[in-house]
Design a protein around this ligand. Sequence first.
Ligand SMILES: NC(=O)CC[C@H](N)C(=O)O
Length: 309
Amino acid sequence: MINLQMNNLPTLLEQVQAYTSSGKVATYIPALATANPNDIGIAIYDKEHHCISAGNAEVSFTLQSISKVITLALALMDRGQDYVFSKVGMEPTGDPFNSIIKLETSNPSKPLNPMINAGALAVTSMIIGESNEEKIARILRFVRTMCANPSIHYSTEVAISELETAHLNRALCYYMKQNGIIDSDVEELMDLYTKQCAIQVHCIDLARIGLIFSMDGFDPYTKEQIMPPNIAKICKTFMVTCGMYNASGEFAIRVGIPAKSGVAGGILACVKDHAGIGIYGPALDDKGNSVAGLKLLELLAAQENWSVF
Ligand SMILES: NC(=O)CC[C@H](N)C(=O)O
């Protein structure tokens, strides 16, 4: 059951509100620039049918990099661990999420992990389907099941905005194609990746996804095992080691729970066997993480003694 102390969510939001002014909304995807930098919201979903929320918990935003854990789970179910990890590594990187440098310097030349853009693009290329329509429909079905929200869709505007400007991601794809990591048509892959990143949710949806991962893939409401427990565990382990990009080490110390952020300002977090958390705060720090969102999780994890360490 959600601890009563958590009824202080509005007070915690007040404490972190000021942090929103120290961050900046992402603009490299032009459609993200219209977000309100002052927004901050949170939802917590626990396994006993309680959901609490505060602030801008029902403002919709795009998953962006949070989609990387979702497609990783799907690719692991589609292709199995041996295949996925023959193409993508398991090690964290100290570089920014969109960096190309390790692709050239690591041997063998494969992306270090599935949470950086190169790794996520390779993982997306593994999703099974006859066409992009079928692949995005499968990804959407998976997200809708986890959120118990059949109305979830992607934003065409955000997907196109990214597709038109994602030259660095294209470069990552071409580099990987040259080195045999992917064999998809690059434009097709970019089309699918930008749609997956543009899937729209709000904090309550995100918290429910977090709950499914917290419960090792089991949905305590429908009693359905949505993904095998070992796959949920792999995803959560990547969240701990690489989920907050090159700020994952500091996050492990300050917060200490599996989490994944996205440049639209979302953070998905998992409290083991207990609850999922969805946070939205589009003002980002220089590593691409929600400034106020990070502070909020830090206060909450300390208050509730949630660190896994
Ligand atoms: N860090 C992110 O959220 C990045 C996702 C974004 N779609 C990109 O590839 O650049």
